[in-house]
Design a protein around this ligand. Sequence first.
Ligand code: AMP
Length: 220
Amino acid sequence: MHVVLLGPPGVGKGTQGRRVAEDRGWALISTGEMLRESARRGTPFGLEAQRKMNDGLLVPDDVMIALVRERTGQEDAARGFLLDGFPRTVPQADALDRLLAERGSRVDLVLSLTASEEELVRRLTERRECPVCKRAYNLESAPPRDGRTCDSHPGVELTQREDDQAETVKQRFRVYREQTAPLIDYYRRSGHLREVHGVGTVDEVYRDLQSALSGAAGPA
Ligand code: AMP
């Protein structure tokens, strides 16, 4: 099963995607996480990507497509995968269709998480993550037990992503509206789109995602 998780910044793709992928035994392919990992390693590619991320801009399509082509071909992805953060542009979506078609396969389902921009801006500025396990928290709606450190890593202070700062958040929404939102119609036309309201508790949204998933059958 090949699933794309689509949605604006901060809608919960990371949190929900991780849970869905773990439950179903699929590889979780988060392009944002892959880029942040390259940046942490300090490779020239990672540092270039970091500059784009900090400015709230997209990394060029050809680079992203090559990255996803390679990652989706790895062994763990053969059981199925969930893409979080890719595609983000129509050319990326076209390239994904083509590369899966080359492998006799396709995108089986696109889950589109929705929420208002106002709600999401609030969420993003309250968002924190554990620098060790990458678990996502929200100081308002899903805080860690002690309000400061990771529940699974005692003593490890949560951090804020640089691109969650106010100016960058605004820019990320601009990019989302112009370049990524058109994918909703793109996938609606293909008949594989299911929309799920992304507001509520993590468990509530997850339940709705599960219902959307159970209505969709597809090859592994
Ligand atoms: P995310 O963690 O999905 O919010 O991604 C963080 C940042 O990584 C984005 O704001 C982009 O700068 C970059 N990025 C992630 N995925 C893509 C993609 N598919 N295409 C272009 N840039 C991406």
